[in-house]
Design a protein around this ligand. Structure first.
Ligand code: ZN
Ligand code: ZN
Length: 127
């Protein structure tokens, strides 16, 4: 079981990557990807179906990224939660969405500026 306290400790220690390596997260992520048919939800909102990421060598990889709508750093209590309740509308919404790497980079502009170019394709989600 991953507790909020454990995640908070990883954040404090600068070791949040450990969260993305846990069996619990990997199995939750796999099930979110499968439930979303490996389609990027952001592309879909724009009428595009994206199921693959293309790496620098032009190779296709089935979608493998799940984004936290409520970022783990600001909402560690929702790190393992598929849904959340919107405090404004009281609606239950998706907290975990399958995304392609291109959309994921756009969702995290705060990360992009510190990222060196060679890190733009990594297989471990770091945020
Ligand atoms: Zn996308
Ligand atoms: Zn994300």
């Amino acid at each position: 079981m991953i507790t909020t306290q454990q995640i908070q400790k990883w954040i404090t220690d600068g070791e949040l990557w450990r969260f993305y390596k846990t069996k619990e997260w990997i199995s939750l992520k796999t099930s979110v990807l499968a439930a979303g048919h490996y389609e990027c939800k952001i592309c879909r909102q724009q009428g595009k179906i994206t199921r693959y990421d293309i790496d620098e060598q032009g190779r296709k990889h089935l979608l493998s990224t799940v984004h936290h709508v409520n970022h783990v750093r600001s909402h560690p209590e929702l790190a393992m939660s598929r849904t959340y309740r919107d405090p404004n509308t009281n609606e239950v919404k998706d907290n975990l969405i399958p995304v392609c790497k291109a959309c994921h980079n756009k969702l995290h502009p705060e990360k992009r500026k510190n990222n060196s170019k060679k890190n733009c394709y990594t297989n471990v989600e770091r945020w």
